[in-house]
Design a protein around this ligand. Structure first.
Ligand SMILES: [Zn+2]
Length: 277
């Protein structure tokens, strides 16, 4: 099997320093805190609206799907696709705990046939799971729920918008034209979204939030929350041979991850027990 590149790397946009208007920044609360208690204030640039980013995500997602389809790599294994869909549906049914509006998002999930160990969820709930992750790590249903829940949590917390906002604040990704004409700065949202989704590592803070919310989503959906621990152990054991998996370059592992997941999974065990009944 060959590895298929579905992802178009972001087009290089010259960084504009100096005389551009950066626009304001507002502190927002993207989600309710749930049982795991996430309540960090997030700063979003006025140049990066939730709607605009969701629209960009939808376009890029459908571009990736078309490319995968053309390469005969979209939802190839019917049984595997059905399994991923079923798990994802159970997780989606729980998102209202963190943000009621997300229950009405147009969630989509597809399996990309590739040796790559990877999974992601773009803004607005556009999910991809790579067959390489499921096969190489031999994921149980609960471990799959852990990884999909983690990715969904990144989207629920709008981590991509936050990261793009930070890029904008640093003057990266603003259009050259607007700097020359002196008009208010406009943003290359598409290029920035590609970059934060597929290249830049998530911060430790984002990873911890996604871990915690993901574990709660899984527990509420009736999946053993402790599976997140074995998932990351399996992931870690992959690094040995060649290059580390794609997934680990965008989801850096904190040394405290296992301890945190152990504690959080204990905290949500009652939710799991209740969901099982
Ligand atoms: Zn992550």
């Amino acid at each position: 099997m060959k590895t298929i590149g579905f992802l178009k790397r972001g087009s290089a946009v010259a960084a504009v320093a100096g005389a551009v208007v950066l626009g304001g920044c507002a502190a927002v609360q993207t989600t309710d805190s749930g049982t795991v208690g996430g309540d960090r204030k997030q700063y979003m640039s006025s140049l990066v609206s939730e709607q605009a980013l969701m629209q960009e995500a939808q376009q890029q997602y459908h571009g990736i799907l078309s490319q995968a389809k053309a390469q005969g790599a979209l939802d190839v294994n019917t049984q595997q696709t059905a399994r991923v869909r079923a798990i994802t549906q159970r997780l989606i049914a729980q998102v209202g705990v963190f943000r009621p509006d997300a229950a009405r998002w147009n969630w989509e999930v597809h399996v990309l046939n590739s040796d790559e160990v990877n999974a992601w969820c773009m803004p607005g709930g556009k999910i991809a799971v790579y067959s390489g992750m499921i096969n190489q790590l031999q994921l149980s249903d609960a471990e799959l729920a852990a990884v999909i829940g983690h990715e969904m949590a990144h989207a629920l917390r709008e981590h991509a918008r936050e990261q793009v906002s930070q890029q904008m604040a640093a003057g990266v990704g603003l259009s050259v034209l607007s700097a020359i004409t002196g008009s208010s700065a406009t943003a290359d949202l598409g290029g920035q979204l590609t970059k934060v989704m597929f290249t830049l590592p998530n911060s430790r803070t984002h990873e911890t939030e996604a871990d915690r919310m993901g574990v709660e989503l899984a527990a509420r959906a009736g999946y053993d929350p402790r599976a997140a621990i074995t998932l990351w152990q399996k992931m870690g054991s992959l690094g040995g041979g060649g290059a580390p998996p794609e997934f680990l370059s965008t989801h850096p592992s904190a040394s405290s991850r296992t301890a945190d997941l152990t504690q959080i999974s204990q905290q949500v065990m009652p939710l799991y027990e209740a969901a099982k009944k």
